[in-house]
Design a protein around this ligand. Structure first.
Ligand SMILES: *Cc1c(COP(=O)(O)O)cnc(C)c1O
Length: 392
């Protein structure tokens, strides 16, 4: 992968016609180090967030060598890059053929479920294996999350009782897990989840071997400025201590966004300007899905190109290159008011849920990916970088 000191150097060297994508290894390193140091348990990387080879390698090289996977292809990817790493098959809905292949060919021993039928499938597909760890995923409130997962996944507390007892009867070890929803804006959600697990433990008198608090740890965006990640960790620790368990379960977490969001930027070019509408060469069918219907406001900056950049800023909406009207990103994206055709923009906070969502719709697809060494536009790990991009 070709490297540049900075995004600006890259643009001035390549003058790319198509969108290009940048990975910042320093950002991944900072995030991995932070989680390794602060989280009181094991950290798994949620592979779906960004399954790019280079990203997976960087995650592993920075000491996070356990992976939360949701499909057989994610398992194959991880085992190809890090054959000795441990992967956890945490999708609660799996093909039985894939469960079998995961167990027999890839050494997967950790499986999640949220129904009796799925448990039955796991038991049958592993031929009643006695060496597996089963995680009961419970549904908890996702009220503070930008992306709500609680309707699709997780057992209700009333169902979870029976599932935990069944898991205990079949597995070598049992875990309890939840997901607070992605981009969770309040640490209290984790405490509530842990409290819900506590009720389950009291009622069943089964103390799990593992408590998995899932992902959801936030990144920072111009209109989403969460509390420091420290607050999330202290909330988790406090709630865990409050369970007052003698044999303490091991804690797991599965961050995706928080590990990689700030490591990625897209570099796009203005193809046409219509007043406050910028038609650019990437969009929601490319790397900018989250800026579309989920309406994440992403930090943007104009890349200096020798021309006078106006100090006056104005808010734009962005339009992608395809012929579909949902290829539209409302923003507001705050940029100099004299932008014109040919100008390059950096769109930041695209390390998560971006590269992996690209399609070839309408013939627009770019796979030019480079490494850069400069700082991201915004950061949870260096908060001072962010202040001038925050919407008051
Ligand atoms: C998506 C997902 C994650 C990662 O979520 P983030 O919000 O990106 O941290 C973790 N665990 C599971 C089971 C997931 O589905």
């Amino acid at each position: 992968m070709q490297k540049f000191n900075s995004v600006d150097e890259l643009v001035n060297t390549l003058r790319p016609v198509d969108p290009v994508y940048c990975i910042r290894p320093n950002s991944i390193k900072a995030a991995c180090n932070w989680f390794k140091k602060k989280f009181p348990g094991d950290v798994l990387y949620a592979v779906k967030t960004n399954p790019n080879n280079k990203v997976i390698k960087l995650i592993g090289e920075n000491g996070i060598s356990q992976f939360d996977v949701a499909s057989i292809n994610e398992i194959k990817l991880i085992k190809k890059i890090f054959p000795n790493s441990k992967a956890y098959y945490m999708n609660t809905v799996k093909n039985r053929e894939h469960i079998q292949e995961a167990y027999e060919n890839y050494g997967i021993r950790d499986f999640a479920f949220d129904t009796k039928d799925e448990l039955q499938k796991i038991i049958e597909a592993t031929n009643n294996a006695k060496d597996i760890t089963l995680y009961v995923r419970i549904s908890i409130s996702n009220e503070h999350a930008e992306i709500d997962l609680s309707q699709k996944f997780g057992a209700l507390p009333s169902e979870a009782l029976g599932l935990l007892r069944l898991a205990k009867a079949h597995a070598k070890k049992v875990g309890l897990s939840f997901h607070v929803g992605s981009q969770c804006m309040h640490p209290i959600s984790y405490a509530k989840g842990i409290r819900d697990l506590g009720n389950l433990i009291k009622k069943t008198k089964i103390v799990p071997d593992i408590i998995n608090v899932g992902g959801g740890f936030p990144s920072i965006y111009p209109d989403l400025n969460p509390q420091p990640l420290e607050s999330y960790i202290s909330e988790i620790k406090k709630a865990f201590e409050n369970l007052k368990l003698e044999n303490k379960p091991k804690l797991l977490c599965e961050p995706g966004r928080a590990l990689v969001a700030e490591s990625g930027s897209s570099i796009v070019r203005v193809v046409l300007r219509k007043k406050q509408k910028l038609y650019i060469n990437d969009g929601t069918y490319g790397s900018l899905f989250d800026a579309g219907v989920p309406n994440f406001v992403l930090p943007t900056r104009m890349i200096p190109n020798g021309r006078m950049t106006s100090k006056k800023l104005t808010s734009y909406s962005l339009y992608g290159p395809t012929c579909d009207s949902i290829d539209y990103m409302k923003g507001p994206f705050i940029l100099p008011n004299n932008l014109k055709e040919g100008d390059y923009l950096e769109i930041g906070q695209l390390g998560a849920y971006s590269l992996t969502f690209r399609t070839k719709f309408n013939g627009f697809y770019s796979d030019q990916i480079f490494e850069v060494q400069d700082k991201p536009i915004m950061s949870m790990y260096e908060k001072d970088l962010a202040s001038r991009y925050l919407v008051a």
